[in-house]
Design a protein around this ligand. Structure first.
Ligand SMILES: [Zn+2]
Length: 69
């Protein structure tokens, strides 16, 4: 998946990130980071999974406050 940064056109590399909200913490999320400007990008497919998790967390359907992807 690595290609170029949409912000500055520099090279990007694969990394992992964490998203934390009041309700839930999602760890080990695959993403790409630009080596120049640090722009973080999460793939659409992954973002959809995150959205689902956040949605379920908001409805109180998750038993855990921490999810590792
Ligand atoms: Zn960049």
């Amino acid at each position: 998946m690595p290609g170029k940064c949409p912000q500055c056109g520099s090279r990007i590399y694969l990394a992992r990130t964490t998203i934390q909200t009041e309700l839930i913490e999602i760890q080990n999320i695959p993403c790409t980071v630009c080596q120049e400007c640090g722009h973080e990008q999460i793939a659409q497919l992954v973002q959809k999974k995150i959205d689902k998790l956040l949605e379920r967390a908001a409805k109180g359907k998750l038993k855990t406050r921490m999810v590792v992807m």
